[in-house]
Design a protein around this ligand. Structure first.
Ligand code: FA5
Length: 346
């Protein structure tokens, strides 16, 4: 029995000398001190020895057990000290493993469309400007020829901001369209001017396949001497040709907006039904994407521009409806449902 114990000690010490990592040390512990270890086998064999021999062998085995436990602790401490000195060498961190790929985000389809439109309009000489989303009712309505009791206010259900009115008695709201920037720009710049204003707008509206309460618009404004309706139509036709392709039909119809005279709306042939009529286009075959017209003389005056000398055109396009038309998406709400399966397609 004594020989067996000595043999075991020699074997354990030799094996421990070649241990260089915590994983290896754990395997060593299981092999020499674990429940199914050689040491346990020796301990179990003690029962079959005569009593006097059993006593001696039992003491020897316990001594070996204590000795191995002590060596285990020392080795553990040595390995920890070594890995603290050179963290890159820690066995728990395999620096040769390939890294986890970082998940890359992407631009939202509406942002992409806005960028693309920006490129088209800037190539036509329009400058990009931005304005406040929280606006005074003066800029959102009054200066745009929509006085307090005008029924046109009802067509833009408004989120009012509960704030004391400013010193001019103006009230605050979340802008219902990007048109207030027409006035703000005219107040600061003198013609000739050509600007586009991309941004978010807000309306207190029920949602359906083509309506949401927060959406984006891009406003366009051109003011100069001798600007006519032909300039407006030419600009919007060119936009449509470049954005949707030359084969897509475009329709202009007379419409009313208090801040333009005459006013029109522009609709594009529905991409889902190709004009036959479907759920998205309300069976009409067309989807209206913008309102436009010649800037009303009162609006030019509100911006400090003489309507006798200058004329201008303006348009306001709903951005979300544009990718609907381009990609044949049948519900505008998908853009803001945070469904990655939908968003990853763009
Ligand atoms: C306006 O907002 C005018 N300011 C546009 C304008 C500018 C006219 C300059 C003349 C001169 P309208 O309310 O029709 O007009 O909205 C313009 C576009 O925004 C619509 O054609 C449509 O594409 C989009 N739109 C309107 N309401 C919603 C909504 N709830 N959800 C998504 N898109 C909408």
């Amino acid at each position: 029995m004594k020989d067996q114990i000595n043999e075991l000690r020699k074997d354990a010490l030799n094996s421990l000398a070649s241990v260089t990592s915590r994983l290896e040390l754990d395997a060593w512990r299981v092999r020499y001190l674990g429940k199914k270890s050689c040491l346990q086998a020796v301990l179990k064999g003690l029962g079959s020895l005569p009593a006097d021999e059993r006593k001696i062998a039992g003491a020897e085995t316990n001594r070996l057990k204590n000795e191995l436990e002590c060596l285990l602790r020392e080795k553990q401490a040595a390995l920890e000290a070594a890995s603290a000195q050179s963290p890159g060498q820690q066995d728990s961190l395999d620096i040769t493993l390939p890294g986890r790929p970082a998940s890359l985000g992407r631009l939202h389809p509406v942002t992409k469309v806005l960028h693309e439109m920006g490129v088209i309009f800037t190539s036509m000489g329009f400058e990009v400007v931005e304005g406040p989303e929280v606006e005074w009712d003066y800029y959102n309505f009054e200066a745009l020829n929509i006085p307090k009791e005008h029924p046109a206010r009802d067509s833009m259900q408004t989120f009012w901001v509960d704030m004391p009115t400013g010193e001019k008695g103006w009230e605050m709201l979340l802008r219902t369209h990007t048109s207030p920037m027409q006035i703000r720009v005219m107040e600061k710049q003198t013609p000739p001017l050509r600007i586009i204003v991309p941004g978010r707008v807000f309306r207190y509206e029920a949602t359906d396949t083509t309506h949401i309460p927060m959406f984006h618009q891009i406003e366009g404004l051109a003011v100069d001497k001798g600007i006519t309706m032909a300039d407006l139509k030419g600009t919007l036709y060119e936009f449509s040709r470049r954005f949707f392709g030359p084969e897509r039909k475009v329709r202009f119809r007379v419409d009313f907006f208090p801040f333009v005279e005459p006013g029109v709306d522009m609709a594009v042939e529905c991409a889902v039904c190709k004009g036959d009529g479907c759920r998205l286009c309300g069976q009409s075959g067309w989807i209206e994407i913008l309102g436009a017209g010649m800037v009303h003389p009162r609006v030019l005056e509100a911006g400090g521009i003489d309507p006798e000398e200058y004329s201008g055109f303006a348009f306001g396009m709903g951005i979300e409806r544009v990718p609907l038309l381009r990609y044949g998406i049948d519900d505008i709400r998908l853009f803001y449902s945070s469904d990655l399966r939908f968003l990853r397609q763009f």
